[in-house]
Design a protein. Sequence first.
Length: 600
Amino acid sequence: MNYKNNSHLEDYLKYFFPLDNPGYAVLIEGQWGIGKTFVTKKILQGMKKDYLYVSLYGVSSDAEIEDAIIAQVLQNSFGGLSKITMKAISYSSQIVRGNLKKLGLEKLNLSEFSEKLKNKILVFDDLERSNLDVSELLGHLNTFVEHAGLKVILICNSEQFPDPEKFRETKEKIVGHTLIVRPEFGDAFSAFCQQIHCPKTKKFLNENEALAGNIFKQSESKNLRVLRQTLHEFERLYRCLPNEVENYPENLKLLFSIFAAYSFETKLGRLQKADFNNRAYSIVWAGIRQKGKSDEAKSAIKVSSERYAGIDLTDSVLTDDLLAEMLFDGRYDKAKIRASIEDSHRFRSIEREPEWRTVWHWAERADEAIISAFETLLKNFNAREYTEIGVILHVFGIMLGSVEKKLSSFTIPQVKEMCRSYVDDILEKQSLETIDDRSSFTFGDSHGLGFTNEDSDEFRELREYLRTANKTALSQNYDHIGMELIENLPDQWSEFCEKVWGDGAKGNFQYKPIFANADEGKFVATLLSLETHIQRKVFQALNYRYREGNLETNLPSERQWVKRVRDLLLDKKNEMSGLPGYRLDRFVEWTFTGIKLEAS
């Protein structure tokens, strides 16, 4: 077998094995997951060498090492031990002895197997995972080298010893040559694909080995375990995909690329679950904000996106929530996955696409289809059917573009007035689906498509008009949320604390002005009616909400409310005496000290 990256291993072992009593061991070294064991075993099998493989993971005594060797000899000799027993070898000498006893062999010792070991190669793996002191461990392994005259191969990651320097100093007494393993992607990928059970997934992966190899290379990781885990998890994803995805081979490759890149990043500990909240904004806006600011630290997900050239990690073929669920919770919800795929323009047939998307593709669709779709768009427009901001912006752009394309007899001023009226109507009916004040307003696209006429002054005016309406709707929503939280505070104080701060969890309102127009009197009265330990929790949540400049940066519209709350609490404190008054005074001081209540 040809191991182009590790041919030096095979070359040296071909020299080493014929030596008569070499008096030293060969150390095969490399990072965890790089494929040390895989490559070593494959080379030995290719050379048709008779070897015993012993993992030292968790061994705590010389006796356990010898028991493991005895069990391996027995297994090779007559298959006397079950697979379960073989797995037990790594954990406990008592378990091994118990299984040997069942076979009437509990009194065996290693010396009785000297003849059986004579022509075998001993391979000891996971040295750094042994519980033995490194000097004691290598001293015992040296008995097989110097006293027994056996050929010994040691496998480890020297950087993972408790004291790597001590290992390097001690190994010189037993190790005569060290070989460094390099990732053997091709053979490892083929072996991993053989473990895939789903025929469609296996076929896709085998056909796209080069693509997978390029993404793995871009990850800058040498950990083949991460590759194997990613391929197995992609199999879980593939099983959930609708059959139609196979009609879009290039987009299926994109889907794999996005999933694989994010899988590598999460498994290597570079991304956390919170990084997937509004990832497109985090990636794109970070690039805009950091222009000309080379000294500003980049977000983790921005760094990840730059690592994978040619892969658009902002693509929404898999939603933020789906990626987080799959990669962090291990949950592959078939219904959610299919909904995300079917909503993506990358896997939608012309027959199933919404009318506005058909008109958007005016250069690619038949004239009859475009005219019919535009008529449907006008009908839905007049019925105020469009409530999602990204779609509304697409429709507004298409309406402006219809004048130039001769799809309508409207004039530009007429279209502007029609669109403004549209916004007024859905705002009044409270049917506008509000969004964070960034997203579609910051980017020039939505649903994977750029906005028609985006660069025109008319479109910019309409986008700003819609943005103002969104802010108004958000404010109305926030007022309602704040009022509900205060009303439910006695029974749902824990939820109150989570919502007003929540340590950045998605769906909470730590950066949203939900108390800008709240009734401070009702809040203070409700707060002081709570049990003391609950009061303390609420005061703590308020402190977390407004400290470290959050009041100035994200919640300036709540400043007056916060001041009124503090003043009311101080008034209440002055009406109290004894311990209750002292306690409230302390709570107020702890909560509001360090929070800037005066505008700059």
